[in-house]
Design a protein around this ligand. Structure first.
Ligand code: ADP
Ligand code: 5GP
Length: 190
């Protein structure tokens, strides 16, 4: 393993396939562990508190910001999402690679902290039309939430050039193969 690299920061507009890619990495590389973010959004049917996210109330989240217990956070689609210091400390105790699945602005903020020890990977949708289709097919958001995600996606797409790698998630098979190539190049797994 290349000891200079310790973090994989995965970002993408919502619906581009970031969670799908994160799951692939976690299933295939036991050396990688997921940084569990905290959020004030409501839990989805297939999610587990403490595994997918730590689900907090707005008051709990604001208290953490006030106590400076937050490494980075963003308000996205009307909810707070953030990486907590205690989560990062828990993971950093182990000699592992830490994977973040966060929004584009959060990713750029983390990269200012981790500098060259992080690999920044952007998963882009083939087009806004395909992104919309995928959000609809996923059926986890209301129409209003889908519109908010699409509107934010337009802003997020402008930041691609600040990432180390951009993978356009058209065919999932090809995407996962490119992700594999990048990870094995950057981390020199045996
Ligand atoms: P994100 O975490 O970026 O919001 P997801 O991983 O949840 O995105 O993907 C959004 C939806 O699109 C999911 O239903 C997922 O199964 C599907 N999906 C992901 N990648 C592809 C792909 N390459 N082709 C078609 N559907 C995809
Ligand atoms: P979702 O509601 O679809 O799970 O996530 C919405 C957006 O919030 C996604 O882009 C996701 O990556 C992002 N996100 C999740 N956790 C964090 C975090 O800790 N910090 C930031 N900045 N964004 C996050």
């Amino acid at each position: 393993m290349n000891h200079q690299r310790r973090y994989i920061i995965l970002a993408a507009p919502s619906g581009s396939g970031k969670t799908t890619v994160a799951k692939y990495i976690l299933q295939n590389y036991p050396q990688v562990q997921f940084s569990i973010s905290s959020t004030t959004r409501s839990i989805r049917q297939n999610e587990v508190d403490g595994k997918d996210y730590y689900f907090l109330t707005r008051e709990q989240f604001l208290e953490k910001i006030e106590k400076q217990e937050v490494v980075e956070y963003e308000e996205i689609y009307g909810n707070y999402y953030g990486t907590m210091k205690d989560e990062l400390q828990r993971l950093e105790q182990n000699n592992i690679i830490i994977l973040f699945d966060i929004d584009v602005l959060g990713a750029l903020n983390l990269s200012k902290i981790f500098l060259t020890s992080a690999v920044l990977l952007y998963i882009a949708p083939p087009s806004l039309e395909v992104l919309e289709q995928r959000l609809r097919l996923r059926s986890t958001e209301t129409e209003e939430q889908i519109q908010k995600r699409l509107s934010r996606a337009k802003m997020e797409l402008t930041f691609q050039n600040q990432f180390d790698y951009v993978v356009v998630n058209d065919s999932l098979e090809q995407t996962l193969s490119k992700v594999k190539e990048i990870i094995e190049k950057e981390f020199s797994f045996q």
